[in-house]
Design a protein around this ligand. Sequence first.
Ligand SMILES: Nc1ncnc2c1ncn2[C@@H]1O[C@H](COP(=O)(O)OP(=O)(O)OP(=O)(O)O)[C@@H](O)[C@H]1O
Ligand SMILES: [Mg+2]
Length: 346
Amino acid sequence: MHKSIALFNHKGGVSKTTTTFNLGWMLAEKGKRVVLVDTDPQCNLTGLILGEKLDDFYTDNPTRNIHAALAPAFLSQPREIAAVDCVEVAGRPGLTLLPGHVNLSEYEVTLGIAQELAGSIQTLKNLPGAFNYLVTKIAEANNADYVLIDMSPSLGSLNQNFLASSDCFLVPTSPDYFSLMAIDSLSAVLPRWAEWARRAHASETLQTAAYPFRELQLKFLGTIVQKFRPRLGGATVGFQTWIDRINTAIRERLVPQLQTHHLTLPEQVYHDAGNSPAESYCLAQIPDFNTLAATSQLHKTPVFALTDPMFGHVGTVLEQDRVKRDQFHGLFSELADRVIALADHA
Ligand SMILES: Nc1ncnc2c1ncn2[C@@H]1O[C@H](COP(=O)(O)OP(=O)(O)OP(=O)(O)O)[C@@H](O)[C@H]1O
Ligand SMILES: [Mg+2]
């Protein structure tokens, strides 16, 4: 059985897409079979993986994307939702992608109505369970251990559905005031979504739909803080202040709300994951990639998997590149180990 892990924060630009790609790659490097799902109409993850082949891909493969895959339910096409032939990620066996689509946002309004009425309109009853049905079919077809779901920065009905359909979720953050604000709004929104999902699952109409709405299983795995400027292994004072405040907000405000609504794992499981700092819910502190960021995008390869020829440097500069790459490799390897341990309990 696979585990589906959503990467969610309605705050934009906090490394959801970058982390989906990097974490997925690292899990595959550890021998896991991983499917990445791009649910963001911006299609950044798909662009990161396909690069310059992006436009030709959609012309040559009009049905290999999330929009076409969900069309049987959303556009009432007379066929069943089925697994799509996913895209193999170049350079990383075991890692595949269900591409996103710019038109996915067309489904937002109808899904919103279907979810608000929780099954009272017969013709819309197949929508709330469609995404979970698709993910399950794709996971089975790929024999996946993990499905990582990259989400858009929004609190709309699609995200409400994607999150409620996942087994667990990670919250990427960045060390600034806006990320702190986002933690407080998540503390209010996530309990509402969870209660909605429990009501929806209890609806007989949704249970007897062609794509039944699954029971809520969602569990919080933790946060990742990213893109700070490092100093002596830690963060500079300014960044550290925000990292501390965000960790406090998560511990004192977000987690108690999630606990009340049964969206957390047993405390001991987080403790055993060996988070850093201890007794926090932070699974990884990833500094700014700096100059490696551009090289990574150019080669469609995570910073920690860049090879010597990809750096394009020699001598001491190459030596420094290797040191940085290996540091990032250590950080993402630890992150993946924690995710594996936590998701096992979800
Ligand atoms: N550790 C890092 N160091 C340097 N740059 C990073 C790092 N993580 C992410 N970035 C860059 O920050 C930008 C935002 O990252 P990303 O697109 O992953 O965020 P996102 O949360 O998916 O954004 P959105 O909310 O728009 O979907 C990108 O340009 C990405 O390359
Ligand atoms: Mg993104």
